[in-house]
Design a binder for this molecule. Sequence first.
Ligand SMILES: Cc1ncc(COP(=O)(O)O)c(C=O)c1O
Length: 491
Amino acid sequence: MNRKKAAIDVKTEIPGPNSQNWVEAYMKHAAPSTYAYPFVWDVTSWAQGPFCTDADGNVFIDFYGHVGAAPLGYNNPKILSDCGVPFDPVKTAEHDTFLAVGKDPFGSRNVRFKKPRASDFRTATDLQNLLVKLTSGFQMDMVFLVNSGAEAVSNAIKISIHRKFREVKARIGDELFGEMCRQLGIASSGLFTDLYADYPLFGLAAAGAFHGRTMDVLSLTNSKKAQKEGFPTLGWVKHVDVVDSVFDPAELMCEADLKTLILNKRLGRVVHEQGRVPGELLAYIIIEPIQGEGGYKIPRTENVKVLADVAQRHNSLLISDEVQTGIGRTGHWWGIEHHGVVPDVIAVAKGLRVGAVISRGNNFPGESGVISSTWCGGEISIAVGYKTLQIIEEEGLVQNAAQSGDYLMDELRGLRREYSFIEEVRGRGLMVGIELSDADKRDRLVEICFEKGLLVLGCGKKTIRMLPPLDVRPREMDMAVAVFERALSEL
Ligand SMILES: Cc1ncc(COP(=O)(O)O)c(C=O)c1O
């Protein structure tokens, strides 16, 4: 089979018997997570572009793209040959769907892959150089490679807090710093007499944001109750609406001089009674250029510009969380470009195959040991990440994402005439959200699409997301839209 002629081919009930076996075998020792549906990609079967074969031999068209982790779809020939990997994506969204090696989870797994030999295997040095080139418009020149999106965001806020902590301490001195903590009700740690249990360095994040699920970045995440309920969070994070209303910094920020506030013993009142953030204590502002998990909602550009201005005024870092929007997905290399704003830090992962924090060198801690990671993403992922960027650049896939996204959204908007329960089709480039009238319809539609051989995924309360490969072709979009329409009509 080849991509030019490939078609959806569903020949068993869905999920088929082999897929059911794989899911059962996997789930025996797997913690409950975000599994969307029992799609089982058989990595030993034919797959290319958006097409992939499941453990029962059914051919699907994948428009959920491992939530952006498969920016080139399946088995891009250059990735296989140049990086020497047996299949790609080598890292899938494995808590959404499943992966099989051959048909039988219980039998011998003596599967022979063709042995591709790497012909252009790159290292972290190459990846760093390329990322610096791709962020040169933001004057960024330093990269810290990590393992996931959450880890990238975690380190982005960590370097921002580190920088602000040093700056405030140097400016107001130890004594006033201690007095500041006392006024804010922050206790000494008890372990070290010169340390506190907490530090009042603020961050702003967006209402409805998603920045990951680990215990630190959970403080920034604000999209669903189940993700947050019952967990302690970092203090000093404020969430502001950037989608539905116009953000007025005067309502949240206190511009008064920090030293004066402390000396006049007004700091506690400003923070605890008025709920306002002293500008000099603002360490970072973090924003998703388009909200992902939260429902493919696009912040108002005027709000993003105001937040950038607030960050600049207070010498805080503006972090663009590009984990889902980065490396061409939205029709620009970086999603933040849609807002015409220059970020100080980029956190990226998913499509890059490794996590990365990118910024200017002087924003990173100078001392050894403040930030580190054993794997830094891992060598194979780094090589695949490098090649992915190179292919996107050489093949003009950022432009393709922009044009194809417009085409796909036009086609989907056309369906609204007939199916009034489609409330809105929105997005940028190939990050496309289809908002329905209610969550039950959304969930059922995802299921029907799956049964018909189209993979899509829910997000937000009642939205479906589509993230086809960046090199998607018109024929493939037509095919996906046709199945989507059949699913709508069945619904
Ligand atoms: C915008 C954004 N930030 C952070 C994350 C967390 O990434 P990871 O799942 O790799 O930890 C995600 C994951 O969906 C995301 O969409």
